[in-house]
Design a protein around this ligand. Structure first.
Ligand code: LLP
Length: 456
């Protein structure tokens, strides 16, 4: 039975909130997750490998549900923002934990439906939905978040006359812009998402005359990887005003969706609020704002993505080449990089990494962890303190469960990694590894370009 990392008495303790909740050590000090030894998983399934800890994801789902039940006196629903990591398995887990799901494309919507997510708990987002996406949602009676006039124009045409109306949630820009440690309020946000606040009243007036539309919700989302709680307090007041307006115009609005955004810990110095603290602030602010305006409490929806899955994921790589630039730095290269984790090159995001079989060994060198892509900027971590390592050692990058697999690419025609779900000593492949042949599946070679055909 692996021992768990213990806070305060283990060199890994600063990583306690960085590693998955089931992270532990076997009797020889090798790292385990879900009672599976990580170096064994690397050997069995190859690297790079995404590993997801089912118990950790379920615990986060329950934390949202419990906190909502505890802090909000009305009905509520936590909706998994599946852009963070979309798969049949994650849809099934979210469904079985009583969560809903936010999809932003036909692909995410199909994944949710086929993963067993009840249609009535799915919310379809998107600032440029195709007719295919709108129809798929409408036919399954999925809640459609009307993001702009284009959505309304298309739905007016697509919903057959005399049939049941489309269930709509209206998204607007609340005028609160968040950065990780500060936020600003402006009248009109420069955002591609949602109706401008000024448009809300005329749009709601118009929709009150449309038989094809039933407006039952309002939505706003202020940003992602946010550690501050105050912006969410302000958001509640802005949304309660919108709720009062919509109900005053006769819309049967029962749902208030405050979006997602709670940040997680990627490196030791990150200090995000807990799920419970976040929900408490949001719930209390919504209750207070509704009471001030004498509004019946709506159903409270929130849309967490990152905070449900990020910390429960790790990525395993094999260490390959080493290059020392004397007096400058030492590069250690791994067998993946920006194609399986584009966050460092895209957002300069920071991560934490350790050796799978010697996570507690003393770090003696500072290295630059490079990916294998043809791009100088393909660096996963700068100044990583590591114990001595050799080619073939397995390296673990922590907190990769969100916005890694879902943002992966085939740059340099590198196949995507497999993903395994670990639980109680069992590992199951939930997304198989791509092969180089897979990548050729959508190429076609015009006959005149076939090898051996003379040019001209
Ligand atoms: N709801 C809406 C409407 C959203 O746009 C998002 C995220 C969420 C919910 C979930 O937010 P979360 O709880 O995960 O913060 N690729 C970036 C993150 C982009 C987030 C986009 N929207 C990253 O890797 O940091």
């Amino acid at each position: 039975m692996p021992q768990a990392f213990e806070t305060g008495c283990d060199p890994l303790s600063p990583n306690r909130n960085l590693a998955p909740v089931t992270a532990g050590l076997d009797d020889q000090g090798r790292m385990t997750v879900g009672d599976c030894r990580l170096s064994d998983l690397a050997e069995r399934y190859g690297t790079p490998l995404y590993v997801l800890d089912e118990a950790g994801i379920r615990a986060a789902c329950r934390a949202y549900r419990t906190a909502l039940e505890c802090h909000y006196p009305g009905p509520s629903l936590a909706v998994y923002a599946s852009k963070a990591n979309s798969s049949l398995a994650l849809s099934a887990i979210a469904a079985s934990e009583g969560l809903g799901l936010d999809a932003v494309s036909a692909g995410e919507l199909l994944t949710a439906l086929k993963g067993g997510m009840p249609a009535e708990r799915i919310v379809l987002h998107g600032n440029n939905k195709s007719d295919e996406e709108l129809l798929l949602a409408y036919r399954n009676d999925v809640m459609i978040v009307a993001d702009n006039q284009h959505d309304l124009d298309r739905l007016a045409v697509l919903v057959p006359a005399g049939e049941r109306p489309a269930r709509l949630m209206l998204r607007f820009t609340p005028g609160i812009e968040c950065h990780t440690h500060e936020y600003i309020r402006t009248g009109h946000l420069d955002s591609k998402f949602g109706f401008d606040p000024d448009q809300l009243e005329p749009v709601l007036r118009h929709l009150a005359t449309c038989g094809w539309a039933k407006v039952t919700g309002l939505h706003a989302h202020i940003g992602s990887q946010i550690f501050e709680l105050n912006p969410h307090r302000d958001l509640a007041a802005v949304m309660a005003d919108a709720l009062k307006l919509a109900r005053g115009l006769g819309h049967p609005v029962t749902d208030l969706n405050v979006g997602g955004g709670l940040g997680i810990r990627y490196v030791e110095s990150d200090d995000p609020p807990s799920i419970d603290a976040w929900v408490q602030v949001v719930a209390e602010a919504v209750v207070a704002a509704c009471r001030e305006r004498s509004l019946d409490l709506p159903r409270l929806l929130c849309e967490p993505g990152r905070s449900l899955v990020a910390s429960s994921g790790v990525t395993l790589y094999s260490i390959g080449s080493r290059k020392e630039v004397p007096g400058v730095r030492t590069y250690l290269s791994v067998d993946g990089g920006m194609s399986d984790n584009p966050r460092p090159i895209t957002y300069q995001s920071l991560y934490t990494a350790l050796l799978a079989d010697r996570p507690q060994a003393e770090a003696t060198e500072s290295i630059t962890l490079a990916g294998k892509h043809c791009e100088s900027g393909d660096v996963l971590l700068n100044d990583l303190a590591l114990p001595p390592s050799v080619s073939g050692d397995v390296l673990v990058v922590l907190a990769t469960g969100a916005y890694n697999a879902s943002m992966s690419s085939n740059y340099n025609r590198i196949p995507r990694p497999a993903a395994v779900l670990v639980h109680d000593g069992m590992a199951e492949v939930i997304q198989r590894r791509e092969s180089s042949e897979d990548l050729l599946r959508y190429d076609t070679l015009p006959t005149r370009l076939a090898p051996g055909v003379p040019v001209g």
